[in-house]
Design a protein around this ligand. Sequence first.
Ligand code: ADP
Ligand code: ASP
Ligand code: MG
Length: 479
Amino acid sequence: MLVMKFGGTSVGSPEAMKQAASVVGKMKSRYEKVIVVTSAMAGVTNRLIAAAKAAESGDLSTYQEAQKELLALHMSVVEKLITDEYEQATLAQWFKDRLDELGRLCQSIAVLGELTPRGLDVVSGLGERMSAPLLAGVLRSMDIDAKQVDATRLIVTDNSFGNASPIMDTTCEKCRQVLVPMLESGTVPVVTGFIGATKEGIPTTLGRGGSDYSASVIGACLDADEIQIWTDVNGVMTANPSVVPGARTLPRLSFTEAAELAYFGAKVLHPKTMLPAVEKEIPVRVLNTFDPDGPNTLISKDGATDGSVKAITAIKDMSLINVEGKGMIGVPGIAARTFGTVAKHGISVLMISQASSEQSICFVIPSESGRLAVKALEEEFARELARRQIDRVEIMENVVVVAVVGAGMRGTPGIAARLFGALGEHGLNVIAIAQGSSEANISLVVTKEDADETVRRIHEAFDLSGTESGVSATSANRI
Ligand code: ADP
Ligand code: ASP
Ligand code: MG
């Protein structure tokens, strides 16, 4: 059994949707049982979120514009790819209903003058609730028996709106109940990615880019043979190809390496995608919808042990916080209190730098939490600040964490010398360094201005465009 997930660009236009459907057709002839998970059409989720935010500030014209444009966008696919009149009319009505729902939601948001995370989840999930029935319709028009399934019926989550986590046992039970009978009768379920619902039925989302996670949750529940992530690039590459033009497809990665890359900003995979797959040891393959027979990446338990540095990623919009003071040395528990305070406010820490002395504690958090963290720490350490045991709680905004990833890195001598040599040679300043969250990662903090150049120079220093550390693109996997 195969789970195939299509990203926003892969269903973003009539041509893309047709291509995605033909890839499903091809896989259906190879695997008897196929489940499709789809994202919203490219740009739709952003439009929905913008409409809700505008409504919060009393602007109602943004949602009205969005209603018109989103109807036209979805109908353009119907008009180009679906000829059956009944299907056309049913889909048109479905889109109108969803967009009316958008209107009602935005009006209530405007009246209240408040957009809650719970309200935002209802709005932002509407994109998938339009793309899934549309893709199912396109598949039927190609004589593939397909039926849309709303994931609020399958994926049961906690109530962390905007970033919900699936409750696996209940989710798996529902997946079996709903999807297995469909698969047995030869139907392709087309499931909405990104969304779920609490056990009380309140809609939630799994975080931006969360459709990848939806696919791996469903794949793990049903013991899929493989989870395929179909996107707009040839798999996971040595760096973001839009930053490093010479980036190359990585044919094989371990679960740890892929998780590390995703966590540190390789947008091609949602950071939590690997979690359900690892547990069941289900291979995850990342492929290009627009080059289905081209190079792709297979992520599995073993990955590949060849090479040392495999890939470079960057995660933007970060803040570096520094708690500093000469008097800190003798005071016990400063580190525990620092991270305790940050945790109490639900702020996640991406990296902690190993300072050479005890005079400072330095860590990186997402920018949006920067000010909150400083305020909370100043309150926590009010007494130490007054006594000058701590001199200051500093913040450096707009920094970028560059992560160098590769499972074989630790055992290979000279990596750090090569890395810092390359940066020094080009005058790139490293603000902080840390061994990442696993052995497969070294992370550096640099300024926003230096970020892309740093990624390119490290890519070059380890010859990642060449063949030194891996397999060339021509000998990469084929499916
Ligand atoms: P989808 O809509 O299919 O989920 P995303 O836009 O979420 O696609 O992710 C694919 C994009 O991720 C690529 O177009 C590329 O710009 C970006 N990306 C960042 N880092 C990497 C990487 N290491 N390998 C491949 N793509 C990457
Ligand atoms: N449509 C959602 C988003 O834009 C989920 C996804 O694309 O995976 O974040
Ligand atoms: Mg994505």
